[in-house]
Design a protein around this ligand. Structure first.
Ligand SMILES: Nc1ncnc2c1ncn2[C@@H]1O[C@H](COP(=O)(O)OS(=O)(=O)O)[C@@H](OP(=O)(O)O)[C@H]1O
Ligand SMILES: Nc1ncnc2c1ncn2[C@@H]1O[C@H](COP(=O)(O)OP(=O)(O)O)[C@@H](O)[C@H]1O
Length: 175
């Protein structure tokens, strides 16, 4: 691994599998590389405690995450980002700012399956009207058009998804 880092940007609907995959890949990789996880929920608590889920709030929060990625990756760290990041425009912005070491990984899963999984119960609350601006219910999720990697968590077991990400990193990491 060179001093150049890598930003692996996992985007997908809530419940698609971003956190589960990132945690497992990180666990395997961190023995050999400097790596860090920037995961939606945990990150919001300290980086953007004031933020809700309006488009403006999401964009402001994601812009801050892009800034952190820039600092970490230029210090040779592999950064795992797990954010819903539902808008194409802001993901394209991330690619522009972070350059060739930005890799967009689409964690693909239909809204129906995400709603069935509902690991945090947010979809249920959104359907009852207790959460507003929920991605996939009242708010859009704009699928990536040409991502660097697609992980289909409806078609794959988690072990398979994890292996695909590890294989991808092996192919793209700066040597
Ligand atoms: N309104 C609404 N819309 C989307 N998501 C919501 C909402 N309210 C709470 N949550 C939970 O917060 C997590 C998403 O935070 P992110 O910072 O990743 O979202 S974003 O990138 O700013 O769009 C996301 O966690 P993950 O399930 O890990 O994706 C949700 O469970
Ligand atoms: N192939 C897969 N990859 C990732 N998660 C999966 C897969 N198949 C089923 N799941 C399940 O889907 C849920 C995804 O939740 P989570 O990882 O918190 O998603 P997200 O971070 O995208 O909200 C977990 O309960 C996980 O066990």
């Amino acid at each position: 691994m060179s001093e150049e880092g890598l930003v692996l940007w996992f985007t997908g609907r809530p419940g698609s599998g971003k956190t589960s995959i990132v945690n497992q890949v990180y666990h395997i990789l961190k023995k050999y590389n400097k790596a860090e996880i920037l995961d939606g929920d945990e990150l919001r608590k300290w980086l953007s405690p004031e933020a809700g889920f309006s488009r403006d709030d999401r964009e402001r929060h994601i812009n801050r995450v892009i800034g952190i990625c820039s600092i970490l990756s230029r210090n040779g760290i592999i950064v795992f980002v797990a954010l819903v990041s539902p808008y194409r425009k802001i993901r394209e912005e991330a690619r522009k700012i972070l350059g060739k070491n930005f890799k967009e990984i689409y964690v693909k899963c239909s809204i129906e399956t995400c709603m069935k999984r509902d690991p945090k119960g947010h979809y249920k609350l959104a359907l009852k009207g207790e959460i507003k601006e929920m991605t996939g219910i009242q708010d859009p999720y704009e699928e990536p058009i040409d991502p660097d990697l697609i992980i289909d968590t409806e078609a794959q077991a988690i072990e398979e998804s994890v292996q695909l990400v590890l294989d991808f990193i092996e192919r793209v990491e700066p040597k």
